[in-house]
Design a protein around this ligand. Structure first.
Ligand code: F6P
Length: 195
């Protein structure tokens, strides 16, 4: 039975300072996660055709760096984090201070709210469609290293969650989620990695 694994990238410097978007590298903890992630997969019986998919952002590629020694790594623009547009590079507090109306609109409807010059969760769902098709077409084990909003969209799809709940789903850093597709229901398990 094939398995799909999903994780967010290791903690980034922007996560540390709680800033949105950007293209920051990993923090020290994040680098440690990249090492532990490789160890985690070293202890699983994986077939030769195991693949790792990342976004085109520095923090996901850096998270895959040790896995790259052993497995095929493919990067997809579709896996890039939600584009926070005018909010890019700000903390939530800064965004609220500068754009209070937008902050409220997003709070009211996180699924449909589109950052000016950026994206909504619905936009992300749309651009992920071809990737999800490809993921379902495949029979090999795949690890997806992505981002908070993108992970929520993929997880919502694979766990048949309601769209309105999707932007609020819990996707912690340094956690690997394993999904084994079943005839009626997918089996989901979570592994917290200490880093
Ligand atoms: O904080 C990390 C992050 O990936 C940001 O880059 C992104 O804007 C945010 O999470 C998405 O989460 P939310 O939709 O809850 O703001």
């Amino acid at each position: 039975q094939r398995a799909i694994y999903i994780t967010r990238h290791g903690e980034s410097e922007y996560n540390e300072s709680q800033k949105l978007g950007g293209n920051a590298p990993l923090s020290e903890r994040g680098v440690e996660y990249s090492v532990k992630l490789k160890e985690f997969f070293d202890n699983i019986d994986l077939k030769d055709d195991f693949e790792v998919w990342t976004s085109h952002m520095v923090r996901t590629k850096q998270t895959a760096i040790h896995l790259e020694d052993k497995y095929c790594v493919v990067s997809w623009t579709a896996l890039n984090e939600i584009d926070a547009g005018i909010g890019d590079g700000m903390t939530y507090e800064e965004f609220q201070g500068l754009y209070p109306k937008d902050f409220e609109l997003r709070k009211k409807n996180k699924l449909k709210y589109r950052y000016p010059m950026g994206e909504s969760y619905e936009d992300v769902v749309m651009r992920l469609e071809p990737l999800i098709m490809e993921l379902e077409r495949r029979e090999n084990d795949i690890l997806i290293i992505c981002h908070q909003a993108v992970m929520r969209c993929i997880m919502a799809y694979l766990s048949h969650a309601a769209l309105d709940d999707m932007p609020h789903m819990r996707c912690d850093l340094h956690t690997v989620v394993k999904i084994v597709p079943g005839a009626y229901k997918n089996t989901i398990s979570k592994f917290k990695i200490d880093a």
